[in-house]
Ligand binder design. Structure first.
Ligand SMILES: NC(=O)c1ccc[n+]([C@@H]2O[C@H](COP(=O)([O-])OP(=O)(O)OC[C@H]3O[C@@H](n4cnc5c(N)ncnc54)[C@H](O)[C@@H]3O)[C@@H](O)[C@H]2O)c1
Length: 271
């Protein structure tokens, strides 16, 4: 562990080996990209998703890319399921360098579009997947993040939390509500965890080509970002080093921003 700490302090993240990356929502989209990207640097990836079949594919891609993968079918809104993952990880990993709270569901949580059972369940699911699940994973991960010496939590937010950006109204009020909660937790956790050497930051952005976007707003794919752009944004936050920001939420690729501009905005995170 001392070696890991030393390396963190003397090298940029993307030249360091022996890193442990924990990512939720790893089966597709941004989560899969994060998992496979760090795997190319021989990282150990802990990959949690509710979608067993696609997460198996991520597992294979991580191992093909040169990483080690501990993949789990886990509904992160179920606190006992999250606990079971961390119990199983004992003896497999002894620290975590990066936790990416990425899993989310985007669905109809209107008050009025269906019956009480359906809508309350959908709202529970949105809050559970996007906010409560992040809380459970983070609470369980803190002792392992602290052991890293200099670790990072990245909370994946959305431009919806910025005034004037896409008020979803009907389709995804639960998603938006959960993302506001996670945004606030970003600031609160940053304060709480600062003394442990754990930085906590969030990413607020818009259209990115993933299964979620393809389902809900395919017209935005053409000008939107690619999943590798998000991975780059995460790397820029981490590469600020131990003295870098904590409690920040970075805006880029908001609304209908063309991809070239989004990339310039991502580059500005470097410092
Ligand atoms: N794609 C975009 O345009 C966009 C824009 C802004 C923010 N985001 C955010 O980026 C993140 C990744 O989104 P994406 O577009 O890759 O989404 P996606 O729907 O393509 O992937 C999300 C993954 O999370 C998993 N998941 C959902 N609920 C879960 C649960 N309870 N437990 C475990 N896994 C669960 C899904 O199975 C899926 O594999 C999300 O937080 C999303 O809110 C995406």
């Amino acid at each position: 562990m001392l070696i890991t700490v030393y390396l963190h302090r003397t090298h940029k993240w993307n030249s360091v080996v022996n890193q442990v990356v924990f990512v939720t929502g790893s089966a597709v989209g941004i989560g899969r990209e994060v998992a496979t990207s760090w795997a190319k640097e021989s990282a150990t990836i802990v990959a949690l998703d509710i979608d067993t079949a696609e997460n198996k594919m991520t597992h294979s891609q991580v191992e093909s890319a040169g990483g080690t993968c501990h993949s789990y079918t886990c509904d992160i809104s179920d606190r006992e399921a999250v606990r079971a993952v961390f119990d199983d990880l004992k003896g497999k990993i002894d620290h975590i360098d990066l936790l990416v709270n990425n899993a989310a569901v985007y669905g109809d949580t209107k008050l009025t579009s269906s019956d009480w059972d359906t809508q309350t369940r959908a709202f529970d699911n949105a809050m559970g997947s996007c906010a409560m699940g992040a809380f459970y994973c983070t609470a369980a991960a803190v002792p392992l993040l602290e052991k890293s010496g200099t670790s990072n939590i990245i909370n994946i937010l959305t431009d919806h939390v910025r005034p004037g950006f896409y008020l979803t109204g009907g389709p995804a009020t639960g998603y938006d509500c959960a993302k506001f909660a996670l945004w606030r937790l970003t600031e609160s956790w940053a304060e709480e965890l600062k003394e442990m050497g754990i930085r906590v930051n969030g990413l607020c952005f818009g259209a990115t080509d993933t299964p979620m976007l393809r389902e809900f707003a395919p017209q935005m794919i053409e000008n939107g970002m690619k999943v590798e752009d998000l991975d780059l944004a995460i790397r820029h936050v981490i590469n600020q080093g131990p003295g870098g920001d904590t409690g920040a939420s970075y805006d880029f690729g908001m609304g209908p921003t063309p991809r070239a501009t989004s990339l310039e905005q991502i580059d500005a995170i470097r410092k």
